[in-house]
Design a protein around this ligand. Structure first.
Ligand code: SF4
Ligand code: SF4
Length: 125
């Protein structure tokens, strides 16, 4: 019989006790500093010349928020900030804030971008 542990504490106290809070917060600090210096609007997605127009960014977006103009992605106003478009771009062509904030890329080694292709839209309540 499989036994499951039920979490009874909220996220931040648990992370703090396990010494993981700083590890979780650290990657966010450059974004916050950039936004404080330049305004939140400066943290928009940008695409550079590495883009091949493969449309992966559009296909993995759960909000259907990425369309194309002149073979380049254009972002709409329905972003959930899931970062799937940025993380799954095979050319690392998508940047935040004109590449002024460094974003590490990570994808699960056993998941392909095709597994994430989404054809509907997320219902927000
Ligand atoms: S996934 Fe990357 S290379 Fe492909 S269209 Fe989007 S930005 Fe361009
Ligand atoms: S961050 Fe997520 S929701 Fe926003 S445009 Fe990219 S894939 Fe779509």
């Amino acid at each position: 019989m499989v036994r499951y542990t039920v979490e009874t504490e909220t996220l931040f106290p648990t992370l703090f006790k396990r010494g993981l809070l700083l590890k979780v917060i650290k990657p966010v600090i450059p974004f916050l500093l950039h936004a404080l210096r330049n305004g939140w609007a400066s943290l928009t997605f940008q695409v550079n010349d590495r883009c091949t127009g493969c449309s992966t960014c559009s296909k993995v977006c759960p909000m259907n928020n990425v369309s194309f103009f002149n073979d380049r992605p254009v972002w709409g106003d329905s972003c959930l900030s899931c970062f799937a478009c940025l993380q799954w771009c095979p050319c690392e062509a998508i940047q935040l804030g004109r590449g002024k904030v460094r974003v590490d890329r990570y994808n699960h080694p056993e998941i392909k971008s095709e597994d994430l292709y989404y054809t509907g839209s997320v219902a927000l309540h």
